[in-house]
Design a protein around this ligand. Structure first.
Ligand SMILES: *Cc1c(COP(=O)(O)O)cnc(C)c1O
Ligand SMILES: [Zn+2]
Length: 428
């Protein structure tokens, strides 16, 4: 049979405890749940070397950039684990982008290089494996696109039925194509992501379907591996800052939780500071952060559809993590996001709009003197360039509403002859 259950679910608000295998996404009090591991028994047993020894595994679950850190993710038995494998993404040194943001050096962890093109795969392998462990046959998500692509793919691999709820007409084409192609039942709702999120929670509760949004605490466990892998990539030298975009806020909550656990185990000796970047039109965390007031939902509007979320489910976890690591929150305009994206793309790396909020945010924080030029900074690029081809082409054609195409590289039509082709090549 399976390994003993070595984790519990603990409410973030009231500290109520639930058994590790209970199918439950929220506490009775309405708070979100943490997976709490029995870390004590890992002290001195699991070290950086444990994880380094698994690098280069040719087969089995340790090929995964998530399951390589299994003891800290979820100590599941091999038979439950559904992996592609995911992770093992590049950490690029990006001098051109560094000079754009005003840093001496900058590292970009490209999570768009995951199997379905976003970091969601790291959470999804964990969520789907848990679904298998629990014997679930149907899974569901609400999504701005990437979660649906990832859930659809992993469910197909696991032989489960996936049901995805997306806001009609509001998700990028690359992502919608994936959900359809991987065979998910795709329900387009007349409403935004926040409405889809509320709906999917009701439907999962009523129908006994396993919910795979990041409100599911096991998703968060898998996503911690972004931070673990960054550290492993950097030889376990803690960067000064890790910067990432914030939408539903699961990813930054995962990052801070994972770093706290590494610190507790003595694998690192200090925490990196975390900066969360929101789009100015979808900024409930930023507002709460500057006002000190409780979060109030906003009506979200931004070109960066992956972070177009006005009522984030992981707000409590996110705040807790930011306080623990001396974190900061900033907001950036869509213009700043698209300018940063043009720079990331033209450097040959490339990423989808929401990912480039990271770079726009770093630039703002450097200009404001929050991040010094000599700091060691790692930015997380969350999704692949090809996720949202329409926004890219419109930007380069100069036809994005309300956005100046600062670094447009428009296609040039040259007919069919050599003369006009040569003219096109030389045109300024
Ligand atoms: C999901 C997603 C985000 C936002 O992450 P949260 O955990 O919801 O804050 C950012 N960028 C991309 C590309 C995403 O897919
Ligand atoms: Zn509670």
């Amino acid at each position: 049979m399976s390994d003993p259950v070595l984790w519990e679910l603990v409410c973030v608000r009231c500290a109520a405890r639930y058994p590790g295998l209970e199918v439950r996404t929220l506490c009775g009090c309405g708070g979100t749940l943490d997976v709490v591991h029995a870390l004590e028994r890992l002290k001195g047993v699991v070290t950086a070397q444990t994880f380094d020894d698994r690098l280069g595994a040719r087969q089995g679950v340790y090929r995964s950039g998530v399951w390589r850190f299994r003891e800290l993710i979820l100590p599941l038995d091999d038979a439950s684990i559904v992996t592609k494998p995911e992770g093992n993404t590049n950490l690029y040194e990006a001098p051109r982008v560094a000079s754009y943001v005003g840093l001496d050096a900058l590292w970009l962890k490209h999570e768009g290089e995951n199997p379905t093109g976003s970091f969601k795969d790291r959470g999804m392998t964990c969520g789907i494996s848990m679904a298998r462990r629990l014997g679930m046959e149907r899974v569901a998500v609400a999504s701005t696109g990437n979660t649906s692509a990832s859930a659809a793919s992993y469910a197909a691999q696991a032989g489960m039925e996936a049901i995805v709820f997306v806001p009609e007409g509001k998700i990028a084409y690359g992502k919608l194509s994936q959900a359809l192609a991987y065979g998910a039942r795709t329900l387009q709702i007349d409403g935004d992501f926040d409405a889809a999120m509320a709906l999917v929670q009701q439907i999962c509760a009523a129908e006994g379907i396993y919910l795979l949004n990041s409100i599911n605490p096991f998703r968060i466990e898998g996503q911690k591996a972004i931070g673990f892998e960054v550290l492993q990539d950097m030889g376990w030298q803690v960067p000064d800052w890790i910067v990432l975009p914030g939408g539903n806020l699961g990813n930054n909550a995962a990052l801070s939780k994972g770093m706290g656990e590494l610190l507790e185990l003595g694998i690192i000796d200090r925490l990196p500071r975390i900066a969360v970047v929101q789009a100015a039109g979808a900024n409930p965390l930023y507002r709460a952060w500057v006002s000190g007031e409780p979060m109030s939902p906003v009506k979200a509007e931004t070109l960066a559809t992956a972070i177009k979320i006005g009522d984030p489910v992981s707000f409590d976890k996110s705040m807790r993590g930011l306080r623990a690591c001396g974190g900061v929150v900033c907001e950036v305009s869509d213009q700043a996001i698209m300018d940063a994206k043009a720079q990331v793309d033209a450097s040959g790396i490339g990423a989808e709009p929401a990912s480039c909020a990271t770079v726009a945010g770093i630039r703002q924080l450097v200009q404001a003197g929050v991040i010094p030029a000599e700091a060691r900074v790692c930015g997380v690029l969350t999704g692949h360039l090809l996720k949202d081809p329409d926004t890219v082409v419109s930007y380069h054609r100069g036809s994005l509403d309300g956005i100046a195409s600062t670094w447009a590289n428009a296609p040039i039509s040259v007919g069919s002859g050599i003369e006009s082709a040569l003219l096109g090549m030389r045109r300024g």
